[in-house]
Design a protein around this ligand. Structure first.
Ligand SMILES: [Zn+2]
Length: 333
């Protein structure tokens, strides 16, 4: 986004961390990444995140996860803003832009290095792929090749403890109704990247640091990202930052059971809007199958619909939700 004339967003540093005072002071966040159109899977996660925090009187923040400058486009940001407004999703306080926070990310990397919990790694993806066959888009399992070599970087990995990392979990039945999820990072890929081969801080690092700086207490997202949250939790622990509570939501999948991706253009929120789908129809679909009563929101404004949902809101259960067709959302099937 070179030449982008938007006003810079407020920089937060750890010294400016917002005060937190307990369970009645919840802070959630919406963190879209402007690298493609938002789709129904994003709407599902964003609505639950918003309801979960708002139903307890909490505040919502907005952050652009725009760290990957090569893939971010201003038009996707404009489209995402239109999508959020359409769905009636509001936020509080200044908008934070991850790309403005490079100094805080560098400071966190330096602090972790000084703590001795990182090691330099010179393995390429090809090296790692020769030893494992990860799923598409997932981080490669790391066998520990460079952990005792004393390399300086620029690629840096974080050592993981032998015992699982604990995360407070609010989506029931993720682990037999347990309220704490145990994530064994040593079994889930092992030491993970906190800085890339070009020295760029990883998604895990910047997310952990930025959530803390924004005072975020609640993180709701798809349950495919459980390991990722465990990594962020470990980074927070090492840096002495407050933990977040998690809600790992059912995953929205297509008819063949695959997670919706940004290439699923027919389920892009902008396409649904253009096809005549109402925000009420999206809200109603997100709520069906869940513990909330059936709603249709026909003739209801989106803000009134949200008020109705918030009265009895509870987080959903289950492993996945199959995305509906446009016809179903239009009431034609
Ligand atoms: Zn290595």
């Amino acid at each position: 986004m070179e030449g982008d004339q938007r006003a810079p967003t407020t920089l937060h540093t750890r010294a400016e961390e917002e005060p937190r005072s307990g369970d009645d002071d919840r802070v959630g966040r919406l963190a879209p990444s402007p690298t493609g159109p938002l789709h129904l899977g994003h709407a599902y996660a964003f609505l639950h995140a918003w309801w979960w925090t708002r139903s307890r009187g909490g505040r919502m923040r907005l952050r652009w996860d725009d760290g990957d400058r090569t893939r971010c486009r201003p038009e996707f940001e404009d489209q995402a803003l239109a999508d959020l407004e359409w769905l009636g999703l509001t936020w509080d306080g200044p908008v934070v832009r991850q790309s403005d926070r490079g100094d805080a990310h560098e400071a966190a990397l330096k602090e972790l290095s000084e703590l001795g919990v990182l090691f330099g790694c010179r393995c390429t993806r090809k090296d790692l792929a020769a030893q494992a066959a990860p799923h598409e888009g997932e981080e490669m399992p790391y066998p520990g090749t460079c952990s005792a070599l004393g390399l300086p970087g620029p690629a840096l990995r974080m050592r993981v403890p032998a015992s699982p990392v604990e995360v407070e979990e609010h989506c029931a039945r993720l682990e037999d109704g347990a309220s704490v999820t145990h994530i064994d990072l040593s079994a889930e890929g092992g030491p993970f990247l906190v800085a890339s081969r070009t020295g760029i801080p990883s998604y895990q690092l910047v997310t952990a640091v930025d959530d803390a700086a924004m005072g975020v207490t609640d993180v709701a997202r798809g349950r495919d990202l459980l390991t990722s949250l465990g990594r962020q939790q470990l980074i927070r622990q090492r840096l002495g930052l407050a933990s977040v509570a998690a809600a790992h939501l059912p995953l929205v999948v297509d008819a063949s059971g695959r997670r919706l991706a940004k290439r699923s253009h027919d389920l892009a929120l902008s396409s649904l809007r253009e096809a005549g789908v109402t925000p009420g129809a999206i809200l109603a679909w997100v709520l069906t199958d869940g513990p909330n009563p059936d709603c249709d929101f026909v003739g209801t404004s989106v803000s009134e619909a949200h008020q109705q949902v918030l009265v009895n809101y509870r987080l959903p259960t289950g492993g996945s939700r199959v995305a509906p067709s446009i016809d179903a959302l239009l009431g034609r099937s």
